[in-house]
Design a binder for this molecule. Structure first.
Ligand code: ZN
Ligand code: ZN
Length: 357
């Protein structure tokens, strides 16, 4: 089924006549349009519409899937409402998760009597969670490019350079290798700074003899990758090496649980039980992972709140961590494709503790 057809199947299930799509990532997934102003109406009767403004006349002609009739206007929401069938009762789904309250109010003003607005946030996102072969290929290449870039950076040496220098080098190298950019600002965090899960790179030289967390990803043809490795920068305190081995054990156990069937919560619990049993439960303060695609953080969630069952086609991360306040932090993250009968790891770098200079 094409992407609009997948949406139509959902509309039928929810007894909706049409869906107004306003989130630009969802618009891109549905139509191929990469510009910054657009709305889409997917109709159960197959008369799909794409609406943009004058600036995107040419770009939309080149990018937008032929399944959508194009309309050019200055007021997207008004145009979306005006183009709806002019009589009969009609149920129009809209994105209650992301449409600003102000726009919702305007939309209510634009639609005629008989059109009911129905909350349908998450409908497209749920479909986006399952990747097709083309999407998987882009994510796989983004992951490989990011891994190659890190190897380049490590070959230039990291000890003695600042965290910020290494992070910038990594971003630059990914661009040089063909990425559109970093999929998020890389984390390069040594020693106690690595104990902050979202550490910002500092103007502080990376010292020898500690752990170094690097969390990075590339964007390629719109698709993101996401990976974390933790390195030793010389001989380690045995307690730090022990934490590394604990996180690696938890990561590999959770990885083995990735297949169609279990919920995100169940896979999260596999890693959490191992870390809990070692007495570090309170030091694993985030979810196990998340979906990756057009956005670096998307559904499904692999966490205590993850109720969605894994299905084939999903691309998720598996990234347990242990962060000892004032001590060190370790996180190991792989990007994983959920296949028909198990999983395939898209990250290519080895995970045995590696010492870098
Ligand atoms: Zn990451
Ligand atoms: Zn991640």
């Amino acid at each position: 089924m094409s992407r609009p057809e997948l949406v139509v199947a959902q509309l039928r299930e929810r007894e909706l006549d049409a869906l107004l799509v306003t989130d630009l990532v969802n618009v891109r997934w549905l139509t191929g349009f990469t510009g910054s102003s657009a709305a889409v109406v997917v109709a159960a009767d197959g008369k799909h519409r794409f609406i943009t403004d004058f600036r995107y006349l040419t770009q939309s002609a080149e990018e937008v899937d032929a399944a959508f009739a194009r309309e050019i206007t200055q007021n997207l929401l008004e145009q979306a409402a005006k183009g709806l069938p002019s009589d009969g009762a009609l149920r129009l789904g809209f994105d209650d998760h992301k449409l600003p309250v102000r726009d919702h109010g305007r939309l209510e003003g634009f639609v005629r009597d008989g059109v009911g607005l129905v909350a349908a946030g998450g409908l497209v996102e749920d479909l986006r969670a399952r990747k097709d072969a083309g999407e998987l290929d882009k994510i796989r290449r983004a992951a490989k490019l990011a891994d190659d870039a890190l190897e380049d950076v490590l070959a230039r040496g990291v000890v003695g350079r600042t965290e910020r220098e290494v992070a910038l080098d990594l971003e630059f190298t990914m661009r040089k290798l063909g990425a559109e950019g970093a999929s998020f600002e890389p984390i390069v965090a040594a020693g106690a700074h690595g104990a902050l899960p979202h550490a910002k790179p500092r103007d502080v030289p990376i010292p020898p003899g500690t752990l170094l967390v690097v969390d990075w990803g590339a964007t390629l043809e719109g698709y993101a990758s996401d990976c974390t490795r933790t390195f030793a920068t010389g001989e380690l305190d045995p307690r730090d090496a022990e934490i590394y081995e604990l996180v690696l054990t938890a990561q590999e156990a959770a990885l083995q649980a990735v297949e169609p069937g279990p919920t995100g919560k169940e896979v999260d619990a596999v890693a959490r039980q191992i870390i809990d049993a070692a007495g570090h439960g309170e030091h694993f303060g985030h979810g196990l992972g998340h979906g990756v695609g057009l956005e670096v953080h998307e559904g499904p969630r692999l966490s205590k709140q993850g109720e969605t069952a894994l299905t084939s086609g999903m691309v998720v991360t598996v990234e347990p961590g242990v962060y000892v306040p004032g001590g060190v932090g370790v996180r190991i993250e792989d990007l994983v494709y959920v296949s028909e009968d198990g999983h395939e790891v898209l990250s290519t770098l080895p995970k045995a503790l590696r010492t870098v200079g």
